[in-house]
Design a protein around this ligand. Sequence first.
Ligand code: PLP
Length: 388
Amino acid sequence: MTDTKPPFLAFALPDIGEEEIAEVVDTLRSGWVTTGPKARRFEDDFARYLGEPGLQAIAVNSATAGLHLALEALGIGPGDEVIVPTHTFTATAEVVRYLGADVRLVDVDPVTLNIDPARVEAAITPRTKAFVPVHYAGLAADMPALLEIARRHGLKVVEDAAHALPSTSGGRLVGTLDSHATVFSFYANKTITTGEGGMLVTRDPALAARARVMRLHGISRDAFDRFTATVPSWYYEIVAPGFKYNLTDIAAALGLHQLRKADAFAARRAELVARYDAALADLPVLRPAHAPAGERHAWHLYVLRLADSVRLGRDQVIEALFAAGIGCSVHYIPLHLQPYWRDRYGLRPEQFPHSQRAYERMLSLPLHTRMSDADVDRVAAALRTALA
Ligand SMILES: Cc1ncc(COP(=O)(O)O)c(C=O)c1O
């Protein structure tokens, strides 16, 4: 008997080509497998991709590392508060606690699910030093309003752009805006991937210098310099108790080619989104917010919300899709519901009505560049059956 069940459709998949594989093999054969010439080239290429002079790109082994380094370099420490949206992954907030500072969670806009500037302003106290907007799903947060609040209150801004390559705000790529730093993720499910990896981008030379030192043990010169500089190659100084956050050349080898494909990947994601939008138009679901006209949305995620008229619970819909061989996810279980954050700050769902409501009704459909148009149609058909 032949099995006619279609193959399982993964929620996310990396899109690794022969170019990446050849580059990794070249790295392995080169004898330089940790941070070296390819990590340096990846940084240069990344800064060039963003395309504005004066930007420095600092490769790290995760976005979490990049967020930690950026806040550390900005001097965030015990006694300080940093405002973070509740509707995010815990990495956005945990780095604040690494530094001994406190997190102030705020609710999001009910349409975009991005941090609500009015809530940021209302949450500012004398202890507030910074905030971290997340460009949720790849849609840029309201950066003009947020940067204006930062200017007015003298606050630092570090953008969590884990989802946002390539996204724009005001026609400018995220990464080139007027925040203090922006951090991208190249985790396996992101719009480009190095397996694990991230990039910290800033135009502040002091921040960049501090992040470069803290990225590798607080050593005053990185490993590449140390082994290739002329005199004296063995000498280094420890200027702080730094971290081990450097990106390997094996990972950077992937990144070099993934970056060249970033625009093509984004175009394909936009096509898949348009197909989902059309196929789901008559279903009782709220489709994800699009970017305003003329702006780019990176479409890391395609997040639906079930309409009130749908009697099924969100969990049941995910189970029905899973039974049809379709992987889904939820982005995110808000931080205010997570035991650590809830208990540390005594948080209640009523304080975050938009995030809470969205969470209860949301699911993320498969979205990746190895999907076919037929895969989108299959997901839409399965969803239609589930909701019927
Ligand atoms: C919004 C957000 N911030 C930060 C991160 C952390 O990224 P990384 O896994 O590269 O540390 C993620 C990863 O999923 C994320 O979704």
